[in-house]
Design a protein around this ligand. Structure first.
Ligand SMILES: Nc1ncnc2c1ncn2[C@@H]1O[C@H](COP(=O)(O)OP(=O)(O)OP(=O)(O)O)[C@@H](O)[C@H]1O
Length: 519
């Protein structure tokens, strides 16, 4: 090969060193050039991973070769190649078995490789992997100059080095992005105050102030949307770790196989797709808090691993034997009844007890009385701003609707209801107003309204009222109570519509309700 041809072949490869491209494309171009320069039927680039050689790219070999893992101890040719820095040639009469026998695609009935060469790729003075060349015809490599192959191996090492550095950079920037996101979220969420004044709210805040400064593991329970994540943030903010991040993991959002790697991280090659080392949430939360949301969804196997970490404070990345010490406080949340899950054998009792060192209940919205209006105020203000209004408020009858509703989706549902209702009410206006007042009929909550007296309570009540000996007045009161409760429920707690349906005015209805002990 003339120097010009040689340069023509090598220049694009050198130019690749300063270009960003996918590894597979980079390695494919490397092997294409190798085959242009050296007369062979197949070539491969392999990375040494512990005791195993992993093919990263192949050319002229059957595609299943990429899935093979060659144990160095079982392949004497590979062992020899790895122990010598200069290239080694195995001539046709070599008695050592060839790992690629039967894998070269160009064979015309000839399965046996007759000429084989290889060269170590050295990185930082240590073997990183191999380049191999195979030919079916004996003596094909007679003319190959080993110094040229060694020079090519140096170019291959530079190529691999660039690919790995790009990987590391991408990984570092991804981790920095995650960290920045965690700080941003923490800052945003901690700005979100837990609004409320009800006794249930005050009791919860007291617990937060008590548990926060301790280093205890807290298990927050409560229905969906009650604000468990906000509670976790408040606990973190009240702790000495407040200046460090709180890192969240939603245990329900990931398949079991990924949960472990998300929690503990992994090393390169731990599983297919693990192309580089990665820190897990435990390492990201080091010094701070790890919030495990929906912890009730973890499998028994992951529970066992987490329990070990919580007890020892040591984590092991998936695929590694090394242990890392981490200093992490865990706060977990669930809307499941974990005690029941333990009884049913679906949850580990030891893990449950390790999590619930400090159990904290976030009460449902329907038990927080007028907090519903305070929290509505927060969301009304948010929506006022978003919709560009001067004022967004609730009419009195709308407040009654919100207070009478059972809120199965709790605060999150309230947030969505207000956003939806405000948007729809605005769309109904003939002209864009500056002030918008949401009325009872703007809310579409009628069907889900909680009966003011449950059916069972009502029956017991009416039986008591109608017992023998009760006065006519008591019986009439009982009847009025039932009639008004049913009408209020039908009208979504809307006093105006209820009064209309019953044919009395609102003030009268309010007086009657008060006299009958109805809220
Ligand atoms: N007391 C509160 N004051 C103001 N906003 C609140 C309050 N409680 C909850 N929120 C808001 O309600 C929404 C739902 O809260 P969050 O996501 O914390 O609930 P959760 O219990 O973790 O829900 P899930 O069980 O679905 O994970 C969030 O937007 C949160 O900011």
């Amino acid at each position: 090969m003339t120097p010009k041809l040689l340069l023509d072949a090598l220049i694009p490869l050198m130019a690749d060193l300063s270009r960003e491209m996918h590894d597979s494309e980079r390695y494919r171009r490397l092997l294409d050039t190798l085959r242009m320069l050296f007369p062979c039927d197949a070539a491969a680039l392999l990375r040494l991973d512990g005791e195993v050689l992993v093919p990263l790219a192949i050319n002229g070999l059957s595609s299943d070769t990429l899935g093979r893992r060659f144990r160095v101890s079982e392949h004497p040719r590979f062992r020899i190649l790895l122990s010598n820095v200069p290239p080694t040639r195995f001539p046709a009469n070599s008695s050592l078995p060839d790992p690629y026998d039967g894998l070269v695609e160009a064979h015309s009935g000839e399965l046996h490789v007759h000429d084989c060469m290889g060269c170590q790729i050295t990185m930082n003075g240590r073997p990183w992997g191999l380049l191999t060349l195979d030919a079916l015809g004996a003596g094909r490599f007679d003319s190959v100059d080993t110094a040229s192959l060694q020079a090519f191996a140096s170019l291959a090492a530079a190529t691999v080095n660039v690919a790995e550095r790009i990987h590391d950079l991408a990984e570092t920037s991804e981790q920095e992005r995650q960290r920045a996101e965690a700080y941003r979220l923490a800052a945003n969420q901690s700005r979100r105050e837990l609004i409320g004044q009800s006794p249930a709210h005050k009791k919860m805040m007291k617990e937060i102030r008590l548990a926060g400064p301790s280093n205890m593991t807290v298990l927050i329970t409560g229905e969906t949307g009650v604000g468990k994540e906000l509670v976790a943030n408040a606990i973190h903010a009240a702790s000495p770790r407040a200046r460090k991040p709180i890192i969240s993991l939603n245990c329900a959002a990931l398949p079991e196989t990924l949960v472990e790697s998300e929690l503990f991280g992994h090393v390169r090659g731990a599983f297919s797709g693990a192309v580089s080392d990665r820190r897990g949430k435990f390492e990201l939360a080091d010094g701070g808090t790890l919030f495990l949301d929906e912890v009730g969804e973890l499998s028994l196997a992951v529970q066992a691993k987490l329990l070990r970490v919580l007890q020892s404070g040591q984590i092991q990345r998936v695929g590694s034997d090394e242990e890392h010490k981490v200093d992490v406080r865990v706060i977990a949340a669930t809307n499941r009844n974990l005690e029941e899950e333990v009884r049913q054998g679906r949850y580990r009792s030891d893990f449950y007890h390790r999590l619930s060192v400090y159990p904290l209940l976030a009460p449902p919205l329907r038990e927080r009385g007028h907090d519903i209006l305070l929290i509505s105020g927060f969301f009304l203000e948010e929506n006022r701003f978003r919709l560009g209004l001067l004022s967004l408020r609730l009419a009195t009858d709308a407040q009654e609707v919100l207070l009478g509703y059972r809120w199965p989706g709790n605060v999150r549902e309230l947030e969505h209801v207000i956003a939806r209702t405000a948007l729809k009410a605005l769309a109904k206006q003939p002209e864009r107003p500056r002030i918008l007042t949401l009325a009872a009929e703007d809310f579409d909550l009628v069907n889900e309204v909680k009966p003011l007296i449950s059916e069972q309570e009502e029956q017991i009540q009416s039986e008591l009222d109608l017992q023998n000996g009760s006065s006519l007045r008591d019986a009439v009161s009982a009847y009025e109570r039932r009639l008004i409760s049913a009408s209020l429920a039908r009208n979504g707690g809307n006093v105006a519509s209820t009064a209309r349906e019953l044919g009395i005015d609102r003030a009268n209805l309010n007086r009657m309700a008060k006299r009958l002990g109805l809220k």
